[in-house]
Design a protein around this ligand. Sequence first.
Ligand code: ADP
Ligand code: RBF
Ligand code: MG
Length: 380
Amino acid sequence: MATGKPLKKLISCVILDLDGTLLNTDGIVSKVLKVFLVKYGKQWDGREAHKMLGKTPLDAAAAVVEDYGLPCTPEELITEINPLFSDQWCKIKPLPGANRIIKHLKVNGVVMALASNSPRESIELKISHQPGWKESFSAIVSGDEVRMGKPSPEIFLEAAKRLNVEPSSCLVIEDSLPGVMAGKAAGMEVVAVPSLPKQSHLYTSADEVINSLVDLQPEKWSLPPFQDWVESTLPIEAWYIGGPVIKGFGRGSKVLGIPTANLSTEGYSEVLSEHPSGVYFGWAGLSTRGIYKMVMSIGWNPYFNNTEKTIEPWLLHDFDEDFYGEELHLVIVGYIRPEANFPSLESLIEKIHEDRKIAEKALDLPLYVGYRNDQYLRTS
Ligand code: ADP
Ligand code: RBF
Ligand code: MG
C-alpha cells in the first residue's frame, strides 16, 4: 500500500461531495431522464450522463433542454422532473466505502462537512435514508445557499467558514470535474474518485485520483489510518457469482502461468457495476472437481485496456486439463488492491504472484476459511 510515500498536507477536516461520491445517484439520473424524455418523443442516450456530473440542477437541466431540443425552459424541466426524482431518493444506495469512511472519520473525531450543488431540500431527503449520516456532518452547504455552485469555489469556502477552519486544512473528496476544480480553486487538497471508468487522466488538477472510496488512505493526509485491513486484505461483505466457464481473451495466460477461468458477465451487469474494479479473492467451486482458493481481477485490465469490465478468476491449483463449459461458482470475500497499469508484462506477472501469496495465506484465516463450506460453492 502507500508505504514510504511522503505525507501531502496536514488536514483537519474532510469535505465530501454527495452525488456520485457518497451516493450512487448517477443511475437514478439516467433512469429518471429515460422515462421523462419518452414523453417528449426523445430517447435518452446514456453517453450524455457524464455531462450531468457535478452540474447545478439548472445547468444540468439547461444541457438536457439544449441537447434534446426540448420545447420547455430548464426551469420548467426541473419542475416537471422533480417529483420523479423524489420517488427515487429512498432507493439510492451508498457507494462502496461510503459508510466505512463516514464511520471511520466520525469515530476518530475528524470533522466532516457535506458540500453539494443540489438544493438543500433534496440533500436532506437523500441523506435521511442513510442511517447515521446526518449527525456525522458538522455543516451541510447546498447549491441554493451560495451565489454560484461548483466549479466556483464558493460552496467549499462556505463549508470551511462554517467549520471555522482554514481552507488549506480541508480535504475535499469529489467525483466530478467541476467539483475537483471548485476544491482546488478554494485552496483545498482534493482527492478525486471518478464515478465513470477510465476517466482518471482527465483529473490532472486533483492531488490524488483513486478508484473508489475503499482506496482512500487517510494517513496520506495526516488523518487516522483505517484499522480494518487484515494481513494485506480488506474483508468485504461476501458476494456470489457463477456460471459456465467461457473463452476469455485467449491471451495465452497459461503461457504466462496465470490462466483465468472467465465467467460471462451477462446477467451480472448490476452486481459488477456495484463492485469497484480491483483485485479480490475468495473460494471457487467447480461442479465436478472440488473447491479451491481463488484470486481474481475485476475490471478493464489497464495493462491491456479492455473495453469490457471482465471477471478473471485464477484458481490456485494445478489442473491437468482445461474445464471450459463447466459450472464455476465463486464466493468473493476480500479485497486486495486496485487494478493498476505496469511498465512491463514481467512486473504485472510479479504483482499477480504477490496477490496470489496474499490470498493463499489470508484464506486460511478464521475470518475467511468458513466460506469454504458455503453451499453456493457446491450447487450448480
Ligand atoms: P482464456 O483466454 O480462454 O480465458 P486462459 O489462458 O486464461 O484462456 O486459460 C483459461 C482456461 O484455463 C480456463 O478456462 C480453464 O479451462 C483452464 N485452467 C487451467 N488451470 C486453471 C486455473 N488454475 N485457473 C483458472 N483456469 C484454469
Ligand atoms: N491486469 C492489469 O492490467 N492490471 C492489474 O493490476 C491486474 N491484476 C490482476 C490480478 C490478478 C490476481 C489476476 C488473476 C489478474 C490480474 N490482471 C491485471 C489481469 C490479467 O491482465 C489478465 O488476467 C490476463 O491478461 C488474462 O487476460
Ligand atoms: Mg482467462
